[in-house]
Design a protein around this ligand. Structure first.
Ligand code: NAG
Length: 497
């Protein structure tokens, strides 16, 4: 007994020493990150609209939105529901796609077992976006469903009967924000499919250029053109300038076409190149554009791109406690905190930027200078890891904020399909108002929306696992999309069990 105990102690000390010497101590193993990665991608199957394929794995879902667009004589079947409702909102769908593609572009080589699923998740969206962009010349379809009507019901997508109105932007009613984000999504996805499906990739890139041209020529915000249909849901608060620069940057990255280099050089300053803005989200693309373009600066030394590296450094310094320009807010438990509603979207998008920037820095053997201190790629990775680990369960509440991951996770997710019995369990219709009995029920959701990351805890690390509290308990595609890249990174760069 004594010798066994001694041996165990020695082993523990040895492990601790090894773990201190290597990448740092981890609450999770490489297997845990791989498990979370698989689930983070599986979640997108739960958000699918349209006809589900035979290899659908999240099998409590069924076909839905099968005649979307038909009353307008356009085929808008497919795409994703953004969150816990059944609306197909174009701006967050496109942003989700851009970040999912970016995750694959930077960290696809770290997800050998999941790359096909990740690409399928991108394609589910780009198939839809291609239809939305190419059906009618001079028109981009940007939304299906009247959100106010949809939100007044609690219905499964499989039997929703609320108006599936179709909304578009056009030369007369422009939407440079949603159009340029769509261009970014198509361009980023063209990189994902470049080797495996060159003709699809070519079509994506070609369409990206056309949609970008439309976005740039006919300038205006879709919030002005569509009003209460998109606001306050996904109102373009930051304007459309950030999306124009982001869209041009992605087409530049995908095409290497010098027209976009010239565009960035001549328009960057009027489109946000000089701003320091620290909320990277479906609305505001500025921080992401800085990081994306700093790669070009680091690799090619294009002088006009130096500014993007400088502003990326400012952004990074703002996140690192102890740095001279530190200004981020963290909860007592260490979670980055930006907003009371859907805070984890900012956390996951930030982790993708930290890891991507760390990758660019280390492959060019440079660091960030914050005042008088140097911040290395390793520091960025450690910072990202804290956020990822917090989400997965290393936090004061000792719970995972990813549904279906770990022992304790949210049970009352604000999600219509997940909270109402599935069409397989309960084939009879459950109408608009009849669904509310499930919304108000204290029981856990009957269908586990595996992999969904919810809005997350408040600024004191408190979380209410309550369907009514959509600010904390609602999942969204743009919370998960950047996390796919982060989880791939840690699944390949953490010690095994
Ligand atoms: C580069 O982009 C411009 C603007 O979209 C386009 O007119 C031109 O044909 C492109 N060049 C090539 C080589 O693809």
């Amino acid at each position: 007994m004594a010798s066994a105990a001694t041996f165990s102690l020695v082993t523990q000390l040895l492990c601790l020493t090894l773990c201190l010497l290597s990448l740092g101590c981890s609450a999770f193993t490489t297997e845990d990150y791989s498990d979370a990665l698989d689930k983070s991608i599986l979640f997108f199957e739960g958000q699918r609209s349209g006809k589900l394929p035979s290899n659908q794995r999240l099998n409590w879902r069924g076909n839905s939105g099968m005649s979307d667009g038909s009353s307008y004589h356009v085929d808008l079947v497919g795409g994703y529901y953004d969150a816990g409702d059944n609306v197909k909102f174009g701006l967050p769908m496109a942003f989700t796609t851009t970040l999912l593609a970016w995750s694959v572009i930077e960290f696809g080589s770290s997800m050998p077992n999941q790359i096909e699923n990740a690409k399928a998740a991108v394609r589910w969206s780009t198939d839809y976006l291609l239809k939305a962009a190419t059906t009618t010349p001079g028109t981009l379809y940007v939304q299906v469903a009247d959100p106010n009507m949809d939100h007044s019901c609690w219905e499964r997508p499989e039997d929703m009967d609320t108006p599936r109105n179709v909304y578009k932007v056009s030369t007369q009613n422009p939407g440079s924000d949603v159009a340029a984000e769509t261009a970014a999504a198509l361009a980023a996805a063209s990189i994902v499919f470049k080797d495996s499906d060159p003709s699809y990739s070519g079509k994506l890139l070609h369409t990206a250029m056309e949609v970008f041209d439309f976005a740039d020529k006919y300038r205006g915000s879709y919030s002005d053109s569509l009003g209460s249909v998109v606001c306050p849901f996904y109102c373009s608060y930051s304007g459309y300038q950030d999306e124009l620069l982001w869209g041009a940057s992605w087409i530049h990255r995908a095409s290497k076409n010098s027209s976009y280099l010239s565009y960035i050089k001549s328009n960057g300053h009027t489109l946000g190149a000089d701003d320091d803005d620290y909320s990277f989200s479906w609305d505001d693309k500025r921080a992401g554009t800085k990081v994306l373009l700093s790669k070009s600066f680091l690799e090619t030394n294009t002088e006009e791109f130096q500014i993007y590296k400088a502003h990326s450094d400012n952004y990074i310094c703002s996140l690192i406690p102890g740095s001279s320009s530190f200004q981020a807010q963290y909860t007592p438990g260490g979670l980055l905190y930006k907003a009371s509603e859907s805070n984890l979207q900012y956390v996951t998008s930030t982790t993708l930027l930290l890891l991507t920037y760390a990758k660019y820095l280390s492959s060019n053997r440079v660091a960030v200078t914050c005042g008088s201190s140097a911040v290395t790629a390793e520091t960025l990775i450690a910072q990202a890891k804290k956020q990822v680990d917090y989400i997965l369960g290393d936090n004061p509440a000792k719970m995972s904020y990813m549904v279906g991951f770990g022992k304790k996770y949210p049970q009352h997710v604000h999600h219509r399909g997940s909270s109402v019995p599935s069409v397989h369990e309960h084939p009879g219709r459950i109408s608009c108002n009849d669904g509310f009995q499930y919304f108000h029920s204290g029981s856990p959701n009957p269908n586990v929306l595996v992999g969904a990351i919810v809005g997350g805890p408040d600024n004191k690390d408190n979380f209410a696992d309550d369907r009514n509290n959509y600010q904390q308990s609602e999942p969204a595609t743009y919370i998960n999309a950047p996390f796919v890249g982060a989880l791939a990174f840690f699944s390949a760069n953490t010690n095994p069990k």
